[in-house]
Design a protein around this ligand. Structure first.
Ligand code: NDP
Length: 293
Protein backbone atom coordinates (compact mmCIF):
# COMPACT_ATOMS: atom_id res chain seq x y z
CA UNK A 1 0.00 0.00 0.00
CA UNK A 2 1.33 3.41 -0.95
CA UNK A 3 -1.66 5.66 -0.22
CA UNK A 4 -1.95 7.56 3.05
CA UNK A 5 -4.85 6.28 5.10
CA UNK A 6 -7.33 9.01 6.06
CA UNK A 7 -8.41 8.06 9.57
CA UNK A 8 -12.11 8.86 9.98
CA UNK A 9 -12.28 7.56 13.55
CA UNK A 10 -9.52 9.92 14.71
CA UNK A 11 -10.99 12.88 12.79
CA UNK A 12 -14.44 12.17 14.26
CA UNK A 13 -12.97 12.05 17.76
CA UNK A 14 -11.28 15.44 17.23
CA UNK A 15 -14.58 16.91 15.99
CA UNK A 16 -16.49 15.44 18.96
CA UNK A 17 -13.99 17.10 21.29
CA UNK A 18 -14.63 20.47 19.62
CA UNK A 19 -18.37 19.86 19.92
CA UNK A 20 -18.07 18.92 23.60
CA UNK A 21 -15.96 22.02 24.34
CA UNK A 22 -18.46 24.34 22.65
CA UNK A 23 -21.42 22.58 24.30
CA UNK A 24 -19.82 23.14 27.70
CA UNK A 25 -19.33 26.85 26.91
CA UNK A 26 -22.97 27.17 25.85
CA UNK A 27 -24.22 25.24 28.88
CA UNK A 28 -22.36 27.70 31.12
CA UNK A 29 -24.53 30.44 29.59
CA UNK A 30 -27.70 28.41 30.17
CA UNK A 31 -28.06 27.07 26.62
CA UNK A 32 -28.00 23.25 26.45
CA UNK A 33 -28.14 22.06 22.83
CA UNK A 34 -31.03 19.61 22.41
CA UNK A 35 -31.51 16.92 19.77
CA UNK A 36 -34.84 15.15 19.24
CA UNK A 37 -34.50 11.74 17.60
CA UNK A 38 -37.57 10.16 16.05
CA UNK A 39 -37.41 6.44 15.32
CA UNK A 40 -40.40 4.68 13.81
CA UNK A 41 -40.63 0.88 13.78
CA UNK A 42 -38.04 -1.73 14.74
CA UNK A 43 -35.61 -1.85 11.81
CA UNK A 44 -32.43 -3.28 13.43
CA UNK A 45 -29.98 -1.11 11.45
CA UNK A 46 -31.93 2.05 12.31
CA UNK A 47 -31.96 1.06 15.98
CA UNK A 48 -28.17 0.73 15.93
CA UNK A 49 -27.72 4.12 14.19
CA UNK A 50 -30.09 5.85 16.60
CA UNK A 51 -28.36 4.20 19.57
CA UNK A 52 -24.99 5.53 18.40
CA UNK A 53 -26.38 9.00 17.78
CA UNK A 54 -27.98 9.32 21.21
CA UNK A 55 -24.93 7.85 22.97
CA UNK A 56 -22.55 10.28 21.27
CA UNK A 57 -24.94 13.18 21.88
CA UNK A 58 -24.91 12.34 25.57
CA UNK A 59 -21.11 12.02 25.65
CA UNK A 60 -20.69 15.48 24.15
CA UNK A 61 -23.15 17.15 26.52
CA UNK A 62 -26.04 17.43 24.06
CA UNK A 63 -29.42 16.69 25.61
CA UNK A 64 -31.38 14.13 23.59
CA UNK A 65 -35.09 13.49 23.47
CA UNK A 66 -36.01 10.04 22.16
CA UNK A 67 -39.30 9.42 20.41
CA UNK A 68 -39.71 5.74 19.58
CA UNK A 69 -42.93 5.02 17.77
CA UNK A 70 -44.56 1.81 16.51
CA UNK A 71 -44.29 0.81 12.84
CA UNK A 72 -48.01 1.49 12.51
CA UNK A 73 -47.50 5.24 13.03
CA UNK A 74 -48.98 7.21 10.12
CA UNK A 75 -47.83 10.27 8.22
CA UNK A 76 -50.19 12.71 9.95
CA UNK A 77 -49.24 11.47 13.42
CA UNK A 78 -45.57 11.94 12.59
CA UNK A 79 -46.14 15.41 11.18
CA UNK A 80 -48.03 16.34 14.36
CA UNK A 81 -45.03 15.18 16.45
CA UNK A 82 -42.60 17.13 14.26
CA UNK A 83 -44.74 20.27 14.65
CA UNK A 84 -44.67 19.89 18.43
CA UNK A 85 -40.88 19.54 18.34
CA UNK A 86 -40.66 22.60 16.07
CA UNK A 87 -42.15 24.71 18.87
CA UNK A 88 -40.25 23.09 21.75
CA UNK A 89 -37.63 25.61 22.88
CA UNK A 90 -35.44 22.86 24.39
CA UNK A 91 -35.13 21.14 21.01
CA UNK A 92 -32.64 22.71 18.59
CA UNK A 93 -32.29 19.79 16.20
CA UNK A 94 -34.83 17.27 14.90
CA UNK A 95 -33.70 14.03 13.33
CA UNK A 96 -36.21 11.66 11.77
CA UNK A 97 -34.40 8.37 11.20
CA UNK A 98 -34.79 7.06 7.66
CA UNK A 99 -36.07 4.86 6.16
CA UNK A 100 -39.60 5.37 7.46
CA UNK A 101 -41.97 2.39 7.24
CA UNK A 102 -43.63 1.68 3.93
CA UNK A 103 -46.72 3.81 3.45
CA UNK A 104 -45.37 6.83 5.35
CA UNK A 105 -44.82 9.89 3.17
CA UNK A 106 -41.26 10.65 4.18
CA UNK A 107 -41.04 13.78 1.99
CA UNK A 108 -44.05 15.28 3.79
CA UNK A 109 -42.57 14.43 7.20
CA UNK A 110 -39.16 15.92 6.36
CA UNK A 111 -40.81 19.02 4.84
CA UNK A 112 -42.65 19.60 8.14
CA UNK A 113 -39.37 20.07 10.04
CA UNK A 114 -38.55 23.70 10.80
CA UNK A 115 -35.53 24.34 8.51
CA UNK A 116 -33.67 25.95 11.43
CA UNK A 117 -33.96 22.62 13.31
CA UNK A 118 -33.20 20.45 10.25
CA UNK A 119 -29.86 19.10 11.50
CA UNK A 120 -29.79 16.46 8.75
CA UNK A 121 -29.82 19.25 6.16
CA UNK A 122 -32.40 17.44 4.01
CA UNK A 123 -35.04 20.19 3.96
CA UNK A 124 -35.57 21.95 0.61
CA UNK A 125 -34.77 25.28 2.24
CA UNK A 126 -31.33 24.06 3.33
CA UNK A 127 -30.69 22.30 -0.01
CA UNK A 128 -31.62 25.53 -1.78
CA UNK A 129 -29.43 27.69 0.45
CA UNK A 130 -26.50 25.35 -0.12
CA UNK A 131 -27.01 25.60 -3.88
CA UNK A 132 -27.14 29.41 -3.61
CA UNK A 133 -23.96 29.47 -1.54
CA UNK A 134 -25.80 30.86 1.50
CA UNK A 135 -25.31 29.84 5.12
CA UNK A 136 -27.08 26.45 5.24
CA UNK A 137 -27.23 23.34 7.37
CA UNK A 138 -25.31 20.87 5.21
CA UNK A 139 -26.10 17.12 5.20
CA UNK A 140 -23.82 15.31 7.62
CA UNK A 141 -22.19 12.74 5.34
CA UNK A 142 -20.91 15.17 2.67
CA UNK A 143 -19.81 17.53 5.43
CA UNK A 144 -17.78 14.70 6.95
CA UNK A 145 -16.31 13.89 3.53
CA UNK A 146 -15.19 17.51 3.12
CA UNK A 147 -13.41 17.47 6.49
CA UNK A 148 -11.59 14.23 5.61
CA UNK A 149 -10.73 15.49 2.15
CA UNK A 150 -9.17 18.67 3.57
CA UNK A 151 -6.95 16.54 5.83
CA UNK A 152 -5.39 14.98 2.77
CA UNK A 153 -5.61 18.00 0.47
CA UNK A 154 -5.60 21.31 2.35
CA UNK A 155 -5.93 23.41 -0.80
CA UNK A 156 -8.86 22.35 -2.98
CA UNK A 157 -8.98 25.33 -5.35
CA UNK A 158 -8.69 24.36 -8.99
CA UNK A 159 -8.69 20.62 -8.33
CA UNK A 160 -10.75 18.37 -10.59
CA UNK A 161 -13.27 16.54 -8.45
CA UNK A 162 -15.48 13.65 -9.50
CA UNK A 163 -18.54 12.81 -7.39
CA UNK A 164 -20.00 9.44 -8.30
CA UNK A 165 -23.64 9.32 -7.22
CA UNK A 166 -26.30 12.04 -7.36
CA UNK A 167 -28.55 11.33 -4.38
CA UNK A 168 -30.04 14.26 -2.49
CA UNK A 169 -28.36 13.20 0.75
CA UNK A 170 -24.82 12.54 -0.48
CA UNK A 171 -23.93 13.11 -4.14
CA UNK A 172 -25.64 16.43 -4.87
CA UNK A 173 -24.69 18.25 -1.63
CA UNK A 174 -21.15 16.86 -1.94
CA UNK A 175 -20.85 18.37 -5.41
CA UNK A 176 -22.14 21.72 -4.09
CA UNK A 177 -19.58 21.71 -1.27
CA UNK A 178 -16.73 20.98 -3.65
CA UNK A 179 -17.93 23.74 -5.96
CA UNK A 180 -17.99 26.16 -3.01
CA UNK A 181 -14.42 25.11 -2.34
CA UNK A 182 -13.42 26.11 -5.88
CA UNK A 183 -13.07 22.62 -7.33
CA UNK A 184 -14.02 21.90 -10.93
CA UNK A 185 -16.75 19.35 -10.34
CA UNK A 186 -18.12 16.49 -12.40
CA UNK A 187 -21.09 14.44 -11.19
CA UNK A 188 -21.38 10.86 -12.44
CA UNK A 189 -24.33 8.48 -12.12
CA UNK A 190 -25.66 5.22 -13.47
CA UNK A 191 -26.07 6.59 -17.01
CA UNK A 192 -22.59 8.12 -17.16
CA UNK A 193 -20.44 6.85 -20.00
CA UNK A 194 -16.79 5.93 -19.61
CA UNK A 195 -16.49 6.30 -15.84
CA UNK A 196 -12.90 4.96 -15.90
CA UNK A 197 -11.82 7.89 -18.12
CA UNK A 198 -13.47 10.41 -15.78
CA UNK A 199 -11.75 8.81 -12.79
CA UNK A 200 -8.42 8.96 -14.62
CA UNK A 201 -8.56 12.74 -14.96
CA UNK A 202 -9.76 13.51 -11.41
CA UNK A 203 -7.61 14.72 -8.52
CA UNK A 204 -10.45 13.90 -6.12
CA UNK A 205 -12.90 10.98 -6.36
CA UNK A 206 -15.87 10.77 -3.99
CA UNK A 207 -17.69 7.47 -4.47
CA UNK A 208 -21.30 7.34 -3.19
CA UNK A 209 -22.82 4.59 -5.26
CA UNK A 210 -23.86 1.70 -3.01
CA UNK A 211 -22.15 -1.03 -5.07
CA UNK A 212 -19.30 -3.04 -3.57
CA UNK A 213 -15.89 -2.36 -5.13
CA UNK A 214 -17.45 -0.67 -8.16
CA UNK A 215 -14.41 1.60 -8.65
CA UNK A 216 -11.20 -0.15 -9.67
CA UNK A 217 -7.86 1.17 -8.50
CA UNK A 218 -6.51 1.03 -12.07
CA UNK A 219 -9.02 3.71 -13.09
CA UNK A 220 -7.60 6.30 -10.72
CA UNK A 221 -5.20 9.11 -11.51
CA UNK A 222 -1.97 8.35 -9.62
CA UNK A 223 -1.92 10.35 -6.38
CA UNK A 224 -5.67 11.09 -6.36
CA UNK A 225 -7.49 11.51 -3.06
CA UNK A 226 -10.28 8.97 -2.73
CA UNK A 227 -13.23 9.39 -0.36
CA UNK A 228 -15.28 6.20 -0.21
CA UNK A 229 -18.79 6.78 1.14
CA UNK A 230 -20.15 3.33 0.30
CA UNK A 231 -21.32 0.95 2.99
CA UNK A 232 -21.97 -2.45 1.42
CA UNK A 233 -22.49 -5.63 3.37
CA UNK A 234 -20.95 -8.63 1.56
CA UNK A 235 -19.99 -12.17 2.43
CA UNK A 236 -16.30 -12.98 2.04
CA UNK A 237 -15.04 -16.48 2.89
CA UNK A 238 -18.35 -17.16 4.64
CA UNK A 239 -18.00 -14.08 6.84
CA UNK A 240 -20.16 -10.97 6.71
CA UNK A 241 -18.03 -7.87 5.98
CA UNK A 242 -18.61 -4.24 5.17
CA UNK A 243 -16.81 -2.91 2.10
CA UNK A 244 -16.89 0.39 0.27
CA UNK A 245 -17.68 1.37 -3.31
CA UNK A 246 -13.97 1.46 -4.15
CA UNK A 247 -11.77 -1.61 -4.48
CA UNK A 248 -9.55 -0.68 -1.54
CA UNK A 249 -6.68 -3.09 -2.29
CA UNK A 250 -6.00 -1.84 -5.82
CA UNK A 251 -6.94 1.78 -5.08
CA UNK A 252 -4.52 2.05 -2.18
CA UNK A 253 -1.67 1.12 -4.56
CA UNK A 254 -2.47 4.06 -6.82
CA UNK A 255 -4.16 6.79 -4.78
CA UNK A 256 -2.29 9.44 -2.79
CA UNK A 257 -4.72 9.14 0.11
CA UNK A 258 -7.84 7.07 0.74
CA UNK A 259 -10.53 6.56 3.37
CA UNK A 260 -10.98 2.98 4.59
CA UNK A 261 -14.36 1.25 4.98
CA UNK A 262 -15.13 0.84 7.81
CA UNK A 263 -13.34 3.62 9.73
CA UNK A 264 -13.50 6.39 7.13
CA UNK A 265 -16.58 8.44 6.29
CA UNK A 266 -18.93 6.46 8.56
CA UNK A 267 -17.71 7.81 11.94
CA UNK A 268 -17.74 11.38 10.59
CA UNK A 269 -21.45 11.37 9.82
CA UNK A 270 -22.58 11.29 13.46
CA UNK A 271 -19.87 13.73 14.55
CA UNK A 272 -21.17 16.19 11.93
CA UNK A 273 -24.73 15.66 13.16
CA UNK A 274 -23.56 16.77 16.62
CA UNK A 275 -21.81 19.79 15.09
CA UNK A 276 -25.00 20.73 13.20
CA UNK A 277 -27.01 20.43 16.43
CA UNK A 278 -24.67 22.72 18.36
CA UNK A 279 -24.74 25.21 15.48
CA UNK A 280 -28.56 25.11 15.44
CA UNK A 281 -28.52 25.93 19.16
CA UNK A 282 -26.11 28.84 18.58
CA UNK A 283 -28.27 30.18 15.73
CA UNK A 284 -31.42 29.90 17.89
CA UNK A 285 -29.96 32.72 19.97
CA UNK A 286 -28.90 34.72 16.95
CA UNK A 287 -25.25 33.74 17.42
CA UNK A 288 -22.82 33.56 14.52
CA UNK A 289 -19.79 31.99 16.25
CA UNK A 290 -20.56 28.61 14.70
CA UNK A 291 -18.37 25.52 14.70
CA UNK A 292 -16.90 25.34 11.20
CA UNK A 293 -15.95 22.11 9.41
P1 NDP B 1 -28.52 6.14 -3.60
O1 NDP B 1 -28.90 4.75 -3.96
O2 NDP B 1 -29.57 7.11 -3.23
O3 NDP B 1 -27.69 6.76 -4.83
C1 NDP B 1 -26.72 6.02 -5.49
C2 NDP B 1 -26.20 6.81 -6.67
O4 NDP B 1 -25.21 6.03 -7.32
C3 NDP B 1 -27.27 7.15 -7.70
O5 NDP B 1 -27.15 8.51 -8.08
C4 NDP B 1 -26.95 6.21 -8.87
O6 NDP B 1 -27.23 6.75 -10.14
C5 NDP B 1 -25.45 6.05 -8.72
N1 NDP B 1 -25.00 4.80 -9.32
C6 NDP B 1 -25.52 3.56 -9.16
N2 NDP B 1 -24.81 2.67 -9.88
C7 NDP B 1 -23.84 3.36 -10.49
C8 NDP B 1 -22.79 3.00 -11.38
N3 NDP B 1 -22.62 1.73 -11.77
N4 NDP B 1 -21.98 3.96 -11.83
C9 NDP B 1 -22.15 5.23 -11.44
N5 NDP B 1 -23.11 5.65 -10.60
C10 NDP B 1 -23.95 4.72 -10.15
O7 NDP B 1 -27.43 6.01 -2.46
P2 NDP B 1 -26.92 7.06 -1.34
O8 NDP B 1 -26.39 8.26 -2.00
O9 NDP B 1 -27.94 7.20 -0.29
O10 NDP B 1 -25.72 6.20 -0.71
C11 NDP B 1 -24.61 5.80 -1.49
C12 NDP B 1 -23.74 4.88 -0.66
O11 NDP B 1 -23.28 5.59 0.47
C13 NDP B 1 -24.46 3.65 -0.09
O12 NDP B 1 -23.53 2.58 -0.03
C14 NDP B 1 -24.82 4.06 1.31
O13 NDP B 1 -24.95 2.96 2.19
C15 NDP B 1 -23.64 4.91 1.66
N6 NDP B 1 -23.91 5.91 2.69
C16 NDP B 1 -23.01 6.02 3.70
C17 NDP B 1 -23.18 6.94 4.69
C18 NDP B 1 -22.16 7.05 5.76
O14 NDP B 1 -22.43 7.54 6.84
N7 NDP B 1 -20.91 6.63 5.51
C19 NDP B 1 -24.37 7.80 4.75
C20 NDP B 1 -25.22 7.69 3.58
C21 NDP B 1 -24.98 6.76 2.61
P3 NDP B 1 -28.73 7.11 -10.63
O15 NDP B 1 -29.08 8.40 -9.96
O16 NDP B 1 -28.59 7.23 -12.10
O17 NDP B 1 -29.60 5.97 -10.20
Amino acid sequence: MTATLIDGRAAAERLRQRVAARTAELAATGLVPGLAVVLVGDDPASQIYVGSKTKQAQETGIRHFDHRLPATTGTQELIALVRRLNTDADVHGILVQLPLPRGVDDSAVLAAIDPTKDVDGFHAVNAGKLALGEDATVPCTPLGCLILLREAMPSLAGKRALVIGRSNIVGKPMAQLLLQNDCTVTIAHSKTQDLPALCGESDIVVAAIGRPKAIAGQWLKPGAVVIDVGINRVTIDGKSRVVGDVDFASASERAGAITPVPGGVGPMTIACLLMNTVNAAIRSRGGTDLLRP
